[in-house]
Design a binder for this molecule. Structure first.
Ligand SMILES: CC(C)(COP(=O)(O)OP(=O)(O)OC[C@H]1O[C@@H](n2cnc3c(N)ncnc32)[C@H](O)[C@@H]1OP(=O)(O)O)[C@@H](O)C(=O)NCCC(=O)NCCS
Length: 196
């Protein structure tokens, strides 16, 4: 089993170290980081995934951003420890964090990433959304948490105001969740004894 919890200040050094391990040096020089500088993260959606030995295996963060007056969530970075990549942990964090975002009544999510990976979670290319240059437009992807949430939303993505943009009347965010490892889950599905 794994535990998914909101990131705390005590987790931060480990999370930064994981990102340094998983991304090329200079990751914070990427243009998308200019949207994050000095803007508080969406704390309820920044999650860490630990194994039963409490080792940090994966992390995901979200920031608020804007297009015009429309709020959006900027997903990323997400990283899985190199020893555990391809085992479904990235998928667990994606699905768990997006479910939390839905419960918090956010409408739309944006990320810059590989469409072949993120399309499995429903992300699609956003032709009319502009990230700070130099961003490859093929990598600008969006997901609607509310039907039609990206319709008519076009233009330059800008920094959110300093105040958090959690939707009003949002339910209290869920704390930690215990989840089966994707391998265990797959085993459960094919094990007929599980139904006895
Ligand atoms: C990308 C990442 C978060 C995915 O998490 P993961 O736990 O390794 O992935 P999952 O186990 O959930 O999914 C594995 C599947 O995704 C595919 N996949 C992983 N990364 C991919 C990518 N960049 N492009 C396309 N497919 C990708 C795998 O081929 C595998 O496909 P399959 O299900 O058909 O076998 C992780 O590999 C990682 O941390 N990579 C380094 C950092 C990074 O690139 N972060 C994303 C920045 S946009």
């Amino acid at each position: 089993m794994f535990e998914i919890c909101p990131e705390t200040p005590a987790d931060e050094p480990e999370v930064e170290a994981l990102y340094d391990l998983c991304f090329a040096p200079g990751r914070t020089a990427l243009s998308s980081y200019r949207l994050r500088d000095g803007v508080p993260r969406v704390a309820e959606l920044c999650l860490v995934l630990r194994d039963p030995g409490c080792t940090l295996m994966a992390a995901i963060r979200y920031w608020p951003a804007r297009i015009g007056r429309r709020n959006l969530l900027l997903l990323g970075p997400i990283a899985v420890h190199p020893t555990a990549q391809g085992e479904g942990l990235g998928g667990l964090l994606m699905r768990d964090s997006l479910a939390r975002a839905r419960r918090m009544r956010f409408s739309r999510v944006l990320l810059v990433g590989d469409a072949p990976y993120y399309s499995r979670f429903g992300f699609q290319r956003l032709d009319d959304v502009l990230m700070p240059p130099p961003t490859n437009p093929d990598r600008v992807l969006g997901l609607e948490l509310r039907p039609g949430a990206w319709v008519g939303v076009a233009g330059q993505v800008t920094r959110a105001p300093a105040a958090p943009t959690t939707p009003s009347h949002a339910p209290v965010a869920q704390p930690c969740a215990t989840v089966a490892s994707p391998k265990e889950a797959a085993h459960d599905t094919i094990d007929p004894s599980a139904h006895r």
